[in-house]
Design a binder for this molecule. Sequence first.
Ligand SMILES: NC(=O)c1ccc[n+]([C@@H]2O[C@H](COP(=O)([O-])OP(=O)(O)OC[C@H]3O[C@@H](n4cnc5c(N)ncnc54)[C@H](OP(=O)(O)O)[C@@H]3O)[C@@H](O)[C@H]2O)c1
Length: 284
Amino acid sequence: MNMRIALAGLGTTGAQVAEFLLEQAGISLVTAVVSKNSEKAGKDIGEILGGKSLGITAIGSENLSEAIRHYRPQVLIDFANPAFMREHIGLLAQAGVNLVIATTGHSTAEVERIKYYTQRHHIGTVLAPNITYGVNVLMELCKIAARLMGDYDFEIIESHHRHKKDAPSGTASRIAEKIAETIKATNDRMREFDIHSIRAGGIVGDHKVVICGPYDKIELRHEAFSRRAFAQGALWAAEFVAKHHGFHYMEDVFAKTLFGYKTDTCAHCGISLPEQRNMSLDYN
Ligand SMILES: NC(=O)c1ccc[n+]([C@@H]2O[C@H](COP(=O)([O-])OP(=O)(O)OC[C@H]3O[C@@H](n4cnc5c(N)ncnc54)[C@H](OP(=O)(O)O)[C@@H]3O)[C@@H](O)[C@H]2O)c1
């Protein structure tokens, strides 16, 4: 049985996520939610993406409640903006829709509210400012460095396209939190980090961590050069959250699936690494 997914946001990233989802076997993209006054509302998604009509309609967010009743999505992937979740989390949670929240720029209070509704209505939520596999591997490498090099200075430099609204990026903030937590746990020291943000041209996403001591330095860097990296991560998160209730971060998704390997088999679910990389999981 196909997993029914709704997408919020058909902007720069959302459009590529839609294209990616439409290519996947075992997935039905049932609708895409656009803003109330969007010229895309009521149009066919295939046509919005510049192709043939697919019989899948984009709906304005004012019709979300009706669309959920009609399309019954199991998961909604959010690439709209933080206001979308602020406005609709109650409705989505109450309707039992599991959530992959890839939007960035949520305040601490908003994250707490998302957790509250997740628990109250027993849905699954993945909060994923850091949605790509590569960035999650970068975070693991940063944690190793923080354990071994707690005395070094850590500086984070993130670069994105000139239209990105929030700074620093959600990913950079999450990397900083993880480094700080690891240094606190292993060296019992509190550390604050500078995050340097660059907004220029069409950069898709670039995160560099410079770890500098008096005599040497290490640089760890992840660069996304295709938004398909975000789409692949969103699909992994959707498949995870359809099966795991409660509130999760993206690193939990990888920790419980791909990073759980000791051999070529996942300690968590027993699926082989190559299979799991394709994430051809069964959602029945
Ligand atoms: N987690 C990650 O790794 C990752 C990666 C890339 C992007 N992001 C995040 O994803 C979000 C979108 O990024 P983007 O580059 O695609 O931005 P974008 O090009 O500005 O697209 C956002 C889209 O959201 C739509 N929108 C606005 N309000 C809405 C509402 N109330 N309901 C439904 N749709 C609404 C807008 O389209 P209409 O007005 O036509 O509806 C707009 O096209 C940002 O928060 C960004 O930081 C996260």
